[in-house]
Design a binder for this molecule. Structure first.
Ligand code: SF4
Length: 456
């Protein structure tokens, strides 16, 4: 049983831990030479590759959106952006061994389908040209806005190998949609899902958000019902992260219309029960999938992993990002591209990788990253596995952290045994509050200076 009252009492600003160390720790001191050295070591490891392409354009702003987006209606920006993606791929291919197996590709945004069918074909062609060993059955996912999606685009994506689509929905209620500046009738979403299914897409995900303006338990119940009518394989249910100090468009939302914590908790509770009754099991703090889904199976086997795109079964890949703002991740590094077009293009014009900042992980960082990622993904941590990999005695190394976790154990969020930590159902929803105790950098930051979204 989830203890929702206990859950609410833990509302505080906490990082989302899509990486450890978190992105604010990334530094411009991480040079292009540092990156090149890490890429060379990554080549030696011959690990499989995961490729991320950030396609940043959107026609208009959805006021809840926290993504790095360029709002435009200018079509000519797109061909130019693809020119630069091709040039970036060419520069990268001088450093990265492009004969390595590619087992995952992801298009994120922005709105990837802001690009026409022909433009998407050009992007996929550029990837195929550079990477000679794309695995048969590569997991190829695309984030799609149902408002901008056609049969022509689907055919190009399907022929390019796309087998997973994540549709942005957030909420079906007309008043909520109007308040967040995203009108998207159920019929439009249903039509998009039908296009994907009729073209053989294996896995369909629907993104929903709770905590948006004007949402109530009653309206959200209708949204959940509508989402299930689409028969998704996965659902991502995010807590709306209100960070108007970081995202100007969020300032357009009337804060007095945001639901209070008690209503948000009821919506969450209802969603968990509704999804589980429909056979979609909670696999992470914010993801639901069917028992036969690879994410579910990976979690049961302790092999689930979390990265910038959410939960993944590809923990054995090194990730390389292309396009503005994209982030790459290897065993011991992160590398992020420039966020704005001008410096991104200038670096590529100079024949350089458009690296804005990065991070080289030391042994302690790698150890803590393993602990945090394992708990975030699998909700249980076996000390023995970590001890043999990092040659430490877990209880000695993390004595202070284990002591700090005692109150969370007393509150029923976790169980700490001699050899493991395991989160309860309530603890799963609060897993960020648990893992933050292993974050060495967060400890240095005064509590009143933490600018993260709240955990509840
Ligand atoms: S939610 Fe999607 S479509 Fe809306 S602004 Fe963000 S990236 Fe663009």
């Amino acid at each position: 049983m989830i203890d929702y009252e206990k859950f609410a009492s833990y509302s505080e600003p906490v990082p989302r831990y899509t990486s450890y160390p978190t992105a604010p720790e990334f530094s411009a001191d991480f040079s292009e030479q540092n990156y090149a050295d890490h890429i060379a070591r990554s080549n030696e490891s011959a690990r499989a590759l995961s490729l991320y392409f950030h396609l940043p354009f959107c026609r208009s702003a959805c006021y809840f959106c926290g993504c790095n987006v360029i709002y435009t209606s200018k079509d000519d920006l797109k061909e130019r952006y693809i020119d630069y993606l091709e040039a970036e791929l060419a520069i990268m291919s001088k450093k990265l061994d492009t004969k390595r197996i590619v087992s995952q590709i992801h298009f994120g945004g922005g709105t990837p389908t802001f690009f026409s069918a022909a433009e998407l074909e050009r992007i996929i062609g550029a990837i195929d040209k550079r990477f000679s060993h794309i695995a048969k059955g590569v997991e190829f996912g695309v984030e799609i806005d149902p408002r901008f999606f056609s049969q022509d685009q689907m055919i190009v994506l399907r022929n390019g190998g796309v087998n997973r689509i994540s549709f942005g929905v957030q909420d079906f209620d007309p008043k909520v949609q109007e308040s967040v500046h995203r009108i998207q009738p159920l019929e439009q979403t249903k039509n998009a899902v039908d296009i994907a299914r009729n073209n053989g897409v294996e896995s369909i995900n629907i993104d929903l958000i709770y905590g948006l303006p004007f949402q109530s338990v009653a309206t959200f119940e209708n949204t959940l019902r509508s989402a299930l009518l689409l028969n998704p394989d996965r659902i991502a249910l995010f807590n709306y992260a209100h960070v108007p100090w970081m995202k100007k468009t969020m300032r357009k939302l009337d804060e007095t219309t945001l639901p209070c914590v008690a209503v948000k908790l009821k919506m969450l509770q209802m969603a968990v029960e509704t999804f589980e009754n429909a056979g979609l099991m909670m696999i992470g703090m914010d993801h639901f999938s069917r028992a036969s889904d690879p994410l579910n199976i990976a979690q049961k086997n302790g092999k689930l992993h979390r990265n910038f795109q959410g939960y993944t079964t590809h923990s054995d890949c090194d990730l390389f990002g292309f396009g503005v703002t994209s982030i790459g991740e290897g065993v011991d590094f992160y590398a992020q591209n420039y966020r704005d077009l001008a410096p991104y293009e200038a670096a590529i014009d100079a024949g350089k990788l458009p690296l804005m900042r990065g991070f080289a992980l030391n042994e302690d960082d790698r150890l803590r990253k393993t602990v945090i990622n394992t708990l975030m993904s699998n909700f249980t941590l076996d000390f023995t596995r970590v001890e043999s990999e990092f040659k430490i005695d877990f209880r000695t190394y993390f004595a202070a952290e284990l002591a700090a976790l005692k109150p969370l154990e007393n509150d029923g969020l976790i169980t700490i045994s001699d050899r493991s930590i395991t989160a309860s159902l309530t603890g799963r929803l609060l897993i960020r509050n648990v893992v933050m105790h292993f974050d060495r950098y967060l400890k240095k930051q005064p509590q009143n200076e933490r600018r993260f979204s709240k955990s509840v």
